[in-house]
Design a protein around this ligand. Structure first.
Ligand SMILES: [Mg+2]
Length: 264
């Protein structure tokens, strides 16, 4: 009996170039070849709209068995949305409000070369906090990023939060140019694994697998077989190897010879 296998992909840097749409040849290989052998799933850190832009709009739900946005805090199986937790249900309204109030106060006392709007964005499973404000222009983004490199605005902000809330089980992650993310410990990409049921092997493909990268925890997880990739082209290459190994294993099994699964 063949093993039931699912391939789970990070999006940026793994299936697509960062923030770009999937290339037709990559998608064709996934849907035309890989999908005949394995179920397919995607997990991104960004919101659902961004994923749709990159993976072909609504039809994304027909292409992939599971679609996970925001690390799996927004989850779909066969196009149907699954129940997940929220930040407020996790830490409680009272504490959440203390946290937000502290951040707003801190920002209000911060003097920067300039400030714009939307300082805190509330997502399903995380807060995105931007000292300069998310609706700055592309040019202002870069200016703030350079200012931040010199002055450690985001680093110092996170230190101040940790000092104020030493017991709060939050992870702080500086990504991009103007903001940092705050989310409960464990609500990294491994969060999505709780939704995946009925497989003997989950093969995860990601590009940011080193420590501190947003694929690190799920790549290292005991629940997955991890594949480190460098680009969408490398993902295709590694999938070809996995498919060849699987074919070989099937043939061996038919001859009832033991053959340990190797991971590329
Ligand atoms: Mg990535």
């Amino acid at each position: 009996m063949a093993k039931k296998v699912i391939c789970l992909f990070d999006v940026d840097g793994t299936l697509t170039d960062p923030r770009q749409s999937i290339k037709p040849q990559v998608e064709k290989f996934l849907l035309g070849t890989v999908k005949k052998e394995f179920d397919l799933a995607v997990v991104g850190g960004s919101d659902l709209n961004k994923l749709k832009e990159q993976l072909g709009g609504k039809s994304m739900f027909e292409k992939y068995k599971y679609v996970f946005a925001e690390n799996g805090l927004i989850a779909f199986k066969d196009g149907k949305q699954l129940r997940t937790e929220t930040l407020q249900s996790m830490i409680g309204e009272e504490q959440l409000q203390d946290f937000i109030n502290f951040c707003l106060k801190y920002i209000s006392e911060l003097h920067l070369p300039f400030k714009r709007g939307t300082f805190i964005e509330f997502r399903s499973g995380m807060l995105n906090i931007s000292p300069v404000g998310r609706n700055c222009t592309q040019e202002e983004r870069i200016q703030f990023y350079e200012y931040d490199l010199e002055n450690q605005i985001r680093q110092k902000f996170i230190q101040a939060i940790k000092k104020e809330f030493p017991d709060l089980a939050f992870t702080y992650s500086i990504g991009g140019q103007i903001s940092f993310d705050v989310f409960p410990i464990g609500w990294d990409k491994t969060y999505c694994l709780r939704h995946i049921q009925g497989y003997e092997e989950i093969h995860f493909f990601g590009d940011k697998t080193a420590e501190g990268g947003n694929d690190h925890e799920i790549y290292e997880s005991d629940l997955t077989v991890g594949h480190r990739v460098t680009s969408p082209e490398d993902t295709v290459k590694q999938l070809k190897i996995l498919m060849a190994l699987t074919k070989e294993r099937k043939e061996r099994e038919q001859q009832s010879l033991p053959f340990p699964m190797q991971c590329a």
